[in-house]
Design a protein around this ligand. Structure first.
Ligand code: GTP
Ligand code: MG
Length: 238
């Protein structure tokens, strides 16, 4: 069998090594080596997530100590499942080789940072991307330029070095930075989108758009109040 077919089997979980004792020895060796390669492939993305989340945790802790307030409300991450990887590969019609998957899929490793205020999203983005081992491959600023449906978030594809015993490997991580209000909206919109199987009634889409505007207004008000209170702090210490 071809390596691509094996890779497909490995990714979709159709490969069962225990049933292989009837197969040819060379085939078993191929499959085992492929399974090792695949484990290593996924591991790199897990380590890249670890690298980025550690960097963010450090910034979070240090920032709260120095500035007496925390720009990061919440941090979450996810590793794309082999099934989702294969589904996306099929959808994009790219050859299922490791190199192709690495070059085509930018969201195998995903990190989401939720901030209290809009200004913090940019602050956190700068603090993270100013680190010299991080390379920015792409930025999509859906905060400045919201999507048609009202979606807001700051997206970036970053590349971080992962140090393995065999050397250093650059690995892509998709980072999404948004406010609590944007996150609240996006979670519900995502749920509705899938509930209606991506075909949401127009009336509901309109209401979601209004809700997105309301969320933005809340963000603006909260930021202004926060600034005013910060100003008071400065005044009382003088
Ligand atoms: P994919 O759509 O993920 O293949 O990538 P893309 O090249 O379109 O990138 P984009 O930056 O537009 O979106 C990447 C991710 O952002 C998505 O996988 C979602 O997690 C999130 N996202 C983008 N648009 C929306 C949206 O309209 N609603 C919600 N809830 N999430 C979105
Ligand atoms: Mg998209």
């Amino acid at each position: 069998p071809s390596r691509d077919l094996l890779l497909h089997e490995a990714l979709t979980g159709e490969m069962n090594l225990s049933e292989l004792h009837f197969a040819e020895n060379s085939h078993i060796a191929d499959m085992k080596s492929l399974r090792n390669d695949f484990t290593r492939f996924m591991m790199l993305y897990k380590f890249a997530i670890d690298e980025v989340t550690t960097k963010i945790s450090i910034l979070q802790e240090e920032f709260s100590l120095v500035h007496d307030y925390n720009p990061i409300e919440h941090l979450s991450s996810r590793l794309k499942s082999p099934e989702s990887i294969m589904a996306k590969v099929a959808r994009l019609q790219c050859e299922p080789s490791f190199d192709n998957i690495r070059n085509t899929l930018h969201d195998i490793a995903g990190v989401r940072i939720t901030c209290s205020f809009v200004s913090d999203t940019y602050k956190v983005f700068d603090m993270l991307t100013n680190q010299k081992d991080i390379r920015i491959l792409e930025v999509k600023d859906y905060i400045k330029n919201p999507k048609e449906n009202g979606y807001k978030s700051l997206h970036a594809i970053l590349e971080v070095p992962v140090f393995m015993s065999t050397g250093v490997e650059p690995v892509k991580v998709e980072v999404q930075i948004r406010t609590i209000a944007m996150d609240f909206w996006a979670s519900l919109e995502h749920k509705i989108y899938y509930k209606y199987n991506k075909d949401v009634p127009v009336a509901l889409l309109d209401e979601l758009k209004v809700a997105a505007t309301t969320a933005s207004q809340l963000d603006a008000t909260m930021e202004r109040l926060h600034d005013e209170v910060k100003q008071l702090d400065v005044d009382t210490t003088m």
